[in-house]
Design a protein around this ligand. Structure first.
Ligand code: SF4
Length: 744
C-alpha cells in the first residue's frame, strides 16, 4: 500500500505565510500576552508584594506542567503563562464581607465570576434549613455539627469529594486518611472526571498510571502525536517546549476534530523569535470525528499488521496479547472503520506511514479521548499503538496522559480515590488490612462511591453528609438542574473552599456549612504537588492569614479528631513535615518527599522513564496488548455530534468571555463551513442546539472542524449532556451528545 500524497500535511495559505512576516502577529488572532499582563498587575495592585512572592517562590497552582518560582526542569529560560497570572487574584484577594451571606437571595442572582470577585471566604458559616442565609459560627461549632452527623451515620452514607483546584498532595493524603479514619472509602477526587480512564487502562496494561516519559523526551523525537489534546490552552508553556522540539526536527501530529488555532500557530512570549514572528506548531492534522479515535486507530493498526510495520523485538520480549489484537484488526471491516472514524482508509495509511518512518515517538492524549463512555478503551488503543512500535521506556519515547490541573496526578497516588488506597493499591481486603496495620485503625475494605455514584446516592436519599472540598458539581457535571436537586436532597452539605460558588446557595435538608480554607501558598508547613511528568515539587509556606481560614489538610484532620477524640492520636501527621515523613513510609515511590524544604526542591519518582527498557510493573513484567470493542457511535441522520470544550478558563473558573486562541465567545457553536452551508447558516447566526434533555442557545462560529461535529463551551454545554453515561473503566462522564440544530 502506498499513499500518493500527504493530504493531511498542514499546508499554510499564502495569506497566512504573508501574515507571518508581520511582527507580533498584528492582524492575526492571537493572545495579547503583554496587554493582559498589565491587566493582571492592575487587578493585583493592592497586594503586589505577595503576588511577587507567589510567582518567584511558589509552585504554580495552575496546570500540571509544573514550575517552581519561574523555573522548571525542561527549559533554561523563564516559565510563566497567563493561566498562572489569572489565578493570582484568587491568592491575593482579601476577605469578602461575610454579612453578604446573611441573605442569599442577591447572591443567587450572581454568576460564579461575580461570586468569586466578592473575595475570600473567611469564616465558618452555617445556613439552617429554611433560613434566608448563613450566619457566622466558630470552628468548634462547625466541627461539632459535622461530627455529630458523622457519628450518627452509617459510614457508607457519608461522602467526601476533593477538587483539583490547586490543592497539594498533603490535602489529598490527609483527606483520604481522615475519611478512612471515619470508616468510609467514599472519598474521590476530580481526576475521576478527567483522566480516570487513563489510570484504569494504563494500570492494567502497563502496571503504572502516569506518564512514562518526561517533557525532555519531546525534544528530538520523530513524532509528537496529540490525540484529543490542546496543550496550547491546557498547558500553555508546553508551546515553548514544542517550539524548541520543532527546532530539532520533531514533527507534531494532531488527531483532533478541530484544527485548534493554538496548536496551529503560537506566539511564545518568552522566546524572542516566536514572540515576534510566531511558531508554526502543527505539521499534520487528522480531523477524526468526535469519538472516532478507536476506529481510526483500528484502521491504522490493521495497516501496521498487514504491512508488518511492527517492532517485533519489543513485542516478543516485552508484551503479551498481540495475537488477539491482530485477529481483531484483521476482522475489522474497512467501511465500518471509515464511517465511524470520519476519516478514510487513505488517511489511516498516511498516519500509518508516519508511524512506519518514526523510530521514536511520544503519544500524548487528553480529555478528547478520555471523556467518553469508552474512554479507557480509547486509551488502550493508544497504548496498543505505542506497544506495537516500542515507543516506551527509552529516551524520546513515551505514553503521556496530559494532566490538566496542578497536582491532579497526585490525588490517586495519595489514595484520595474511592477505588484505591495510597500508592494506587486497589481497595480490597488484603490492602485494607495492610493499611490498617500501618495506620493503627481499621481501614474499610469495600469499594467506595465514585463521584458520579455520590450524586446518584444523594438522589436516592442514601447520603447523610456530602463534604465537598472545593469543586462545583452544579457546573461540572451533566444535567445541572438534576444535580441541583441531588445536592438539595442531602441532609448536611459542607463546602470547604476559598471562594463562593453557586452550588453553596442550594439549600439542604438540614443545613449547609461553609468552611474557609487557606490557599496552597498560605498552607502551614508548605506543600508538594506532582506534575504530569511525575515530578514531585515543594512549594514553601508563604505566610498570610485571611480571616479565620485554615489549611485544608488541617481542617480534615481536625474534623476527624473532633469526631472521635478518644482515638485522634492515631491520625498522626500533626505537622506538614510529619505528614511528608509518613507519605514516604506509606507510599514508597514518594521516598524523598520528606527531604523537600524549599523552592526548587523536587524529584521525579520512577526517574525519567517508567517501564524503562521494556520492564513493566505488571504481574508477569510484560505489557498487555488488548483488543477493545469497536464503539457504535454513529450519528443518527439529521443530528450532530456535540462535544464540550474549554475556553479561557481554569476548571470551571472563567477568565474571559472570548477565547484568545480562536476568538470564540462563550455562546459560540463551532461548526464546519460545509454544515453551515447545508443548513443555510452563516457565521454569527443565532441558533439553538437541542436534544431531549434541553437546549443551548448560541451563535454559529465557523471553524475548521470535521463536518458533522459541533463544539460548545463547558460548563455551559452541560445542559445537553446526559447523566449516567460513564466510562466503565474509570467512571468519567461522557461529555458528548447527539443534538439537532435550529435557527432562532
Ligand atoms: S504552563 Fe501550567 S505550570 Fe506553567 S505557568 Fe502555566 S499554568 Fe503554571
Amino acid at each position: 500500500m502506498n499513499a500518493v500524497a500527504s493530504p493531511h500535511k498542514v499546508r499554510r495559505s499564502w495569506k497566512s505565510r504573508l501574515l507571518r512576516l508581520i511582527p507580533f502577529g498584528i492582524g492575526s488572532r492571537k493572545p495579547k500576552h503583554f496587554r493582559d499582563m498589565f491587566g493582571i498587575l492592575w487587578r493585583n495592585r493592592d497586594n503586589l508584594p505577595y503576588a511577587y512572592k507567589i510567582i518567584t517562590r511558589g509552585v504554580c497552582d495552575g496546570c500540571a506542567l509544573g514550575v517552581a518560582g519561574l523555573y522548571d526542569w525542561t527549559i533554561k529560560g523563564p516559565h510563566l503563562c497567563m493561566t498562572r497570572l489569572n489565578l493570582l487574584r484568587l491568592n491575593t484577594v482579601s476577605a469578602l464581607d461575610h454579612s453578604l451571606l446573611s441573605d442569599v437571595a442577591a447572591l443567587e442572582k450572581m454568576d460564579n465570576v461575580q461570586l468569586r470577585e466578592l473575595g475570600r471566604l473567611a469564616h465558618p458559616m452555617l445556613r439552617e434549613k429554611g433560613a434566608a442565609g448563613f450566619h457566622r459560627i466558630t470552628w468548634e461549632e462547625a466541627y461539632a455539627r459535622i461530627a455529630e452527623k458523622i457519628r450518627a451515620s452509617d459510614p457508607r452514607r457519608i461522602a467526601f469529594f476533593v477538587t483539583a483546584r490547586g490543592v497539594t498532595n498533603e490535602v489529598y493524603y490527609m483527606s483520604q486518611k481522615a475519611a478512612r479514619f471515619l470508616g468510609t472509602n467514599n472519598i474521590d477526587n476530580a481526576a475521576r472526571i478527567c483522566h480516570s480512564p487513563s489510570t484504569a487502562a494504563m494500570k492494567r496494561a502497563l502496571g503504572v498510571a502516569a506518564s512514562t516519559c518526561s517533557y525532555k523526551d519531546w525534544y528530538g523525537t520523530d513524532l509528537l502525536i496529540f490525540f484529543g489534546s490542546n496543550p496550547a490552552n491546557d498547558q500553555p508553556v508546553s508551546t515553548k517546549y514544542l517550539h524548541e522540539a520543532k527546532a530539532l526536527g520533531t514533527k507534531v501530529v494532531m488527531v483532533n476534530p478541530y484544527r485548534e488555532p493554538g496548536m496551529d500557530r503560537y506566539w511564545v512570549p518568552s522566546t524572542a523569535t516566536s514572540a515576534v514572528f510566531g511558531t508554526d506548531i502543527m505539521d499534520y492534522w487528522f480531523p477524526v470525528t468526535q469519538g472516532g479515535d478507536i476506529p481510526f486507530l483500528y484502521g491504522v493498526l490493521k495497516i501496521l499488521f498487514a504491512e508488518d510495520w511492527l517492532n517485533h523485538d519489543f513485542i516478543v520480549q516485552h508484551t503479551s496479547g498481540v495475537d488477539s489484537l491482530r485477529a481483531a484488526c484483521e476482522a475489522m471491516d474497512w467501511e465500518i472503520l471509515e464511517r465511524r472514524a470520519g476519516l478514510n482508509r487513505a488517511a489511516m495509511l498516511e498516519f500509518a506511514e508516519l508511524i512506519r518512518d518514526a523510530k521514536n515517538a511520544v503519544l500524548i492524549w487528553s480529555m478528547g479521548v478520555t471523556q467518553h463512555a469508552f474512554g479507557a478503551d480509547g486509551v488502550q488503543m493508544i497504548l496498543n499503538l505505542g506497544l506495537l512500535r516500542g515507543y516506551v521506556g527509552r529516551d524520546m519515547n513515551g505514553l503521556m496522559p496530559i494532566r490538566g490541573h496542578s497536582s491532579v496526578q497526585g490525588g490517586g497516588e495519595m489514595g484520595c480515590y474511592a477505588t484505591v488506597f495510597p500508592g494506587l493499591k486497589p481497595v480490597n481486603a488484603g490492602n485494607a488490612a495492610a493499611l490498617s496495620a500501618q495506620y493503627g485503625f481499621t481501614v474499610p475494605d469495600w469499594i467506595g462511591l465514585t463521584t458520579m455514584e455520590m450524586i446518584d446516592a444523594a438522589e436516592r436519599g442514601e447520603l447523610d453528609l456530602l463534604y465537598c472540598l472545593g469543586g462545583n458539581f452544579l457546573r461540572n457535571l451533566p444535567e445541572p438542574e438534576h444535580i441541583r436537586g441531588c445536592l438539595a436532597n442531602v441532609p448536611l452539605r459542607v463546602h470547604q473552599d476559598i471562594i463562593l460558588t453557586d452550588q453553596m446557595m442550594i439549600p439542604a435538608q438540614e443545613a449547609v456549612l461553609l468552611l474557609p480554607a487557606k490557599t496552597r501558598y498560605e498552607q502551614d508547613d508548605g506543600g508538594h504537588e506532582t506534575s504530569t511528568e511525575r515530578r514531585v515539587m515543594f512549594s514553601p509556606e508563604l505566610p498570610r492569614q485571611v480571616g479565620e481560614a485554615r489549611a485544608e489538610w488541617k481542617i480534615m484532620r481536625e474534623l476527624a479528631a473532633a469526631t472521635y477524640p478518644g482515638r485522634s492520636h492515631l491520625l498522626g501527621c500533626e505537622t506538614g513535615w510529619e505528614m511528608r515523613n509518613e507519605i514516604a513510609r506509606v507510599i514508597p515511590f514518594y521516598e524523598g518527599v520528606q527531604h523537600l524544604k524549599k523552592t526548587g526542591d523536587a524529584f521525579q519518582y520512577g526517574g525519567p522513564h517508567l517501564c524503562a527498557d521494556g520492564h513493566f510493573a505488571t504481574a508477569d513484567g510484560r505489557a498487555l496488548i488488548t483488543a477493545v470493542a469497536l464503539p457504535d457511535h454513529e450519528r443518527p441522520a439529521g443530528q450532530f455530534k456535540a462535544s464540550t470544550r474549554r475556553g479561557k478558563q481554569f476548571n470551571s473558573l472563567l477568565y474571559a468571555q472570548i477565547d484568545p486562541l480562536n476568538g470564540a465567545s462563550r455562546e459560540a457553536v463551532l461548526m464546519s463551513r460545509e454544515d453551515a452551508t447545508a443548513l443555510g447558516l452563516a457565521h454569527g447566526d443565532a441558533i439553538e442546539i437541542y436534544n431531549d434533555l434541553g437546549a443551548l442557545a448560541g451563535t454559529v462560529f465557523l471553524a475548521e472542524i470535521a463536518p458533522g461535529n459541533l463544539q460548545v463551551h463547558w460548563p455551559e454545554g452541560n445542559v445537553i449532556i446526559r447523566r449516567g453515561v460513564v466510562d466503565a473503566g474509570g467512571g468519567v462522564p461522557d461529555y458528548n451528545a447527539f443534538v439537532r440544530v435550529r435557527r432562532c
